[in-house]
Design a protein around this ligand. Structure first.
Ligand SMILES: NC(=O)c1ccc[n+]([C@@H]2O[C@H](COP(=O)([O-])OP(=O)(O)OC[C@H]3O[C@@H](n4cnc5c(N)ncnc54)[C@H](O)[C@@H]3O)[C@@H](O)[C@H]2O)c1
Ligand SMILES: [Zn+2]
Length: 355
């Protein structure tokens, strides 16, 4: 892998840089270019970085996780920025996982009606997924990500050296989204993952960077075609939701405690692949091959709640469903996906009991 990869996207006005051991230097460079830099750093990684409050850099250390995506933290941080005289020449930088990135993106898009911001994702999941595409948001008591905007970061810096401290469970969570990208769009990428997953999960640099690059390109393909998720065809951004209809229902059923996001969607992907097979779209061989790969990587594939009627009630509440229909983004082959299939809730329950 070369020293750095630069993906510049004119349409989205975002540039993505993949470069190792670069975070502290990158922030200092930004401090030279911008009047004031406000850094929001996940407290778990603050000590891994060589940056402190200095001249025009102000640091907010945040204990992140799903709980930071709420109104109170949003208001607190937005008001702290205003109190610190943030202005249109300032830049916000989020250095953390997807939760911190989603929160800071929302702050950036609303304070002073929009400030420039940079994402430095520090979990594998945020490097391959949440930092790309400009969705941000906070949660409400009625559900996840129900308040937010589409707002692209000016830059994204992906530095895999920060992943060294990430627990294995979180590495696997990010890997689930990588496999998802391969399953929906790229058969040869899936074959490559079958060979290289082990090295990837052990953070082999060149394998990891290649997988991150491939994943980003697949996500960008859909984001460029359908930034605000309006399309109703196989290029819809909603295709990226493969595994998520079931996955989100599982996460919310267990109140976001039993599984992290990647674990819930890996159960979701296997269940939805089985639905695809049941409907005659995905062959038995391909289904078996996917399950074998998930097992080999020790990704979750099943939870008893799948066959419980309670799950159907959760599925119906998903924001992309209405009346008694449930929408799924499914795959018909490894590397090929199908825009939402509307299925009647009783039919879904019957299928789930039979798979
Ligand atoms: N905006 C989008 O398009 C999009 C897409 C997918 C997911 N998301 C959101 O992303 C969030 C999940 O993101 P996540 O999985 O990164 O979770 P996270 O931000 O909660 O990070 C997971 C854990 O890892 C810790 N951590 C972060 N970096 C670390 C490091 N380098 N070393 C050690 N520990 C580290 C965090 O403190 C946290 O405890 C969810 O809220 C989800 O809704 C958003
Ligand atoms: Zn996801």
């Amino acid at each position: 892998m070369q020293n750095k990869i630069y993906i510049k996207n004119k349409k989205l006005k975002t540039s993505i840089l993949i470069k190792k051991n670069y975070i502290s230097k990158f922030i200092k460079q930004n401090a030279k270019k911008n009047e004031k830099v406000f850094c929001f750093i996940d407290s778990k990684i603050k000590n891994n970085l060589n940056i402190d409050n200095q001249k025009n850099i102000k640091i907010f250390s945040i204990q992140s996780g799903e709980k930071v995506k709420n109104f109170d933290t949003y208001r607190d941080l937005a008001e702290k920025l205003i109190k610190s005289n943030v202005n249109r020449k300032s830049i916000l930088i989020a250095i953390g996982g997807g939760t911190l990135g989603d929160l800071v993106g929302f702050i950036a898009s609303t304070v002073l009606r929009g400030l420039d911001f940079i994402l430095i994702p520090t979990t594998l999941l945020s490097q391959v997924d949440s930092s790309i595409g400009g969705k941000n948001g906070i949660n409400t008591k009625y559900g996840k990500n129900l308040i937010g905007t589409f707002y692209q970061p000016r830059e994204v810096l992906i530095d895999i050296s920060i992943l060294k401290s990430l627990p294995k469970k979180e590495i696997k969570s990010g890997y689930s989204e990588i496999v998802k990208h391969a399953l929906i769009k790229d058969y040869s990428f899936f074959c490559w993952l079958e060979k290289n997953a082990n090295k990837l999960l052990n953070l082999n640099s060149s394998i990891l960077e290649k997988a991150i690059y491939k994943s980003i390109m697949i996500k960008l393909y859909y984001v460029k075609k359908d930034e605000k998720e309006f399309l109703l065809n196989n290029n819809s951004r909603a295709i990226l939701n493969f595994g998520h209809s079931i996955g989100h229902a599982i996460e919310s059923h267990y109140n976001y405690k039993k599984y992290n996001h990647g674990e819930a969607i890996s159960i979701g992907m296997i269940t939805e692949a089985k639905i695809s097979h049941y409907l005659g779209m995905l062959s038995a061989n391909e289904l078996k091959r996917i399950i074998t790969h998930f097992k080999k990587c020790r990704l979750k594939i099943y939870d008893n709640i799948i066959k419980d009627k309670l799950l159907i009630d959760r599925l119906i509440k998903d924001k992309k469903n209405f009346l008694n229909n449930i929408n799924f983004s499914l795959i018909n082959k490894i590397g090929s996906s199908i825009f939402y299939r509307k299925l009647d809730k009783d039919k879904v329950y019957k299928i789930l009991l039979n798979i």
